[in-house]
Design a protein around this ligand. Structure first.
Ligand SMILES: NC(=O)c1ccc[n+]([C@@H]2O[C@H](COP(=O)([O-])OP(=O)(O)OC[C@H]3O[C@@H](n4cnc5c(N)ncnc54)[C@H](OP(=O)(O)O)[C@@H]3O)[C@@H](O)[C@H]2O)c1
Length: 254
């Protein structure tokens, strides 16, 4: 778990749902909940909020045991309230745990959308609010306009994209980094990963996901295969030593 402002606990491994729709999506979500995921990442743009809501309802898992994230498309700037209401209806809940602005809207909308997000949080429709695909400069503009920084910035992250200065910049501002596309952006056959996987008796994907956790970066792998769904969350049975973390960083493009 990482703790967001306001004491909101966020599981450090979540289930990504981009491109999981219809029957395949429902099966993958049911498998994820069964495998122990208690954090689901969806978005208005993914067109699968009702599938998430159905799988959650059918699982019988109490709503307050699952951390639910959804996102506002920047094209819906100005329609924040109605868009969130639609998300909540589809998800079958009266609040989400985290509501993100999916991409930064242009110009003055940057601050006006953020004010609507803070209002949604204050009214209890989202326990925490944050952004996605924002630069540090854009985050600073939100803080300057409202005095409140986003709880989370969801951005692409993987060993080859590792950027210590960007991570430190988020830490200084009290913003949790949530990394997306952790596996897609990674060569899972890279010799560093295959060697560490053998040494720990895990898969290269598990090494990559564990590496995010060693940095306290929230990670949200997606899979439509039950075996991968299960193994991607089994990352608490081993740790990576400091030199192993550094070797993985050696894969970085920077
Ligand atoms: N905020 C944003 O703008 C944004 C953008 C992109 C993504 N996201 C979020 O982040 C989540 C994750 O990112 P992502 O879906 O782009 O990529 P990802 O989770 O890094 O990678 C998914 C791909 O990796 C494969 N995979 C999964 N587990 C594997 C394993 N153990 N071994 C080998 N291959 C494996 C999947 O294939 P199979 O399905 O065939 O297993 C799929 O092709 C998304 O689902 C979404 O929720 C957010």
């Amino acid at each position: 778990m990482v703790t967001l402002p306001g004491g909101v606990a966020m599981p450090v491994v979540g289930f990504g749902t981009w491109r999981l729709r219809g029957r395949e999506g429902y099966q993958a979500l049911s498998a994820a909940l069964d495998a122990g995921y208690r954090h689901i990442d969806t978005a208005t743009m993914y067109g699968n909020e009702s599938v998430v809501g159905q799988a959650l309802a059918d699982s019988g898992i109490p709503r307050d045991e699952v951390f639910l994230t959804t996102k506002l498309p920047s094209g819906k700037a100005g329609q924040e309230r109605a868009t969130l209401a639609q998300s909540l209806r589809a998800l079958g809940t009266d609040h989400v745990d985290l509501w993100l602005v999916h991409w930064p809207p242009s110009g003055r909308k940057l601050a006006s959308v953020w004010r609507e997000f803070l209002a949604a949080r204050d009214e209890g429709r989202a326990r925490a609010v944050g952004v996605s695909n924002y630069s540090l400069e854009q985050i600073d503009r939100l803080t300057e306009a409202t005095g409140q920084a986003p709880a989370v910035n969801q951005i692409p992250w993987s060993p080859s994209r590792h950027d210590p200065a960007l991570l430190a910049g988020h830490r200084e501002r009290g913003v949790t980094v949530e990394g997306y596309s952790p596996l897609k952006g990674t060569n899972l056959s890279h010799p560093v990963l295959t060697e560490l996987a053998r040494a720990h008796d895990v898969t290269p994907a598990q090494v990559v996901l564990r590496w995010h956790i060693e940095h306290s970066i929230v990670v949200i792998p997606k899979s439509s295969h039950e075996d991968r769904i299960r193994s991607n969350i089994e990352v608490s049975g081993f740790t990576l030593a400091r030199d192993e973390v550094a070797r993985i960083e050696g894969m970085s493009r920077r």
